[in-house]
Design a protein around this ligand. Structure first.
Ligand SMILES: Cc1ncc(COP(=O)(O)O)c(C=O)c1O
Length: 287
């Protein structure tokens, strides 16, 4: 982790940031967050992440005493002050604040907000080869459009996937694929891309929206329509998207091989668009 963090308007050393035991993020998961990709010191899709942060905050009735411009300015400052010039992530969290433990919203309490930067390289090998996924019942609540700190079902799903030697869990409600435990899911059939429409059952991913934009630019048909678990066996390609995983081919689901068991043509074209869009320097890309 880089040493300088931002919290409530102050730039501090990471080791000096302390929160009391009675903190609503810690005790209730009462807050929201964003994870923002940094490529060689440049934040990718910053406006989209900050717009979503404020939508999430509004949904859970937290009023932040910083404007979106001030938050963006603070993030730029921690990137600069830490001299971040490589691939990294910014973790930005907002909670309802520190107050005596009580389910009810505390009165006159200032939200806690903090952001820090961590180095993280791109998952080049997985991007090149693709990953395995499992299917799993979506046991989350009905407000998955909020990027809530309450990630217990997502954590359990991801761990179960890992226990079964997979990278991601593809979640479904009544056999309709919603999204992954930490990603959005896409299926390609007969040159058409399908993905669950924006709704309260999925998080509207920043990379998801960008991928739909890339596909439109490339003249590839995208249908934001639900598809079923039973459609997976007929898929030509599948991929997942997220700020951490970019656009990653899914080459196996449970025991089924998807397409030819390697990233398909459409997935690769979209990956190239992503690399151009994020201005990822060519020497990093071995393909
Ligand atoms: C449940 C869920 N869906 C989708 C995404 C992808 O969102 P984004 O593309 O904005 O990173 C994430 C990212 O963490 C997620 O946790």
């Amino acid at each position: 982790m880089y040493p300088i963090v931002w919290s409530k308007g102050k730039y501090l050393h990471k080791d000096s940031l302390m929160f009391p035991l009675e903190e609503r993020g810690l005790q209730f998961g009462d807050g929201v967050y964003e994870v923002i990709r940094v490529y060689r010191g440049d934040m990718y899709l910053l406006d989209e992440h900050i717009d979503r942060l404020y939508r999430s905050l509004e949904s859970i009735r937290i009023t932040l005493n910083f404007t979106p411009e001030e938050v963006k300015g603070a993030l730029k400052n921690i990137v600069e002050r830490n001299k971040v010039d490589e691939d990294a992530f910014i973790y930005l969290q907002v909670t309802r604040g520190s107050a005596a433990r009580d389910h009810l919203f505390p009165e006159n309490v200032e939200p806690n907000i903090y952001a820090y930067v961590k180095r993280k390289k791109r998952p080049i090998e997985l991007l090149e080869k693709g990953v395995k996924a499992i299917t799993l019942k979506d046991e989350r609540w009905d407000n998955c459009y909020i990027k809530s700190l309450n990630l217990l079902p997502n954590v359990l799903a991801k761990q179960l996937a890992a226990d079964r030697g997979a990278f991601e869990a593809i979640l479904h409600r009544d056999n309709v694929v919603t999204e992954g435990s930490s990603s959005n899911i896409f299926l390609v059939k007969d040159d058409v891309i399908y993905t669950h429409p924006e709704s309260k059952y999925i998080l509207s991913g920043c990379v998801r929206s960008r991928v739909i934009h890339f596909a439109n630019e490339l003249g590839i048909n995208v249908r934001e329509e639900p598809f079923h678990v039973s459609d997976i066996e007929k898929a030509d390609e599948m991929f997942l998207t997220s700020s951490t995983s970019e656009i990653m081919a899914i080459v196996q689901v449970n025991d089924m091989t998807i397409g030819e068991g390697k990233p398909g043509e459409i997935t690769r074209r979209l990956q190239k668009e992503y690399e151009k869009d994020a201005a990822i320097v060519q020497e990093e890309v071995s393909r």
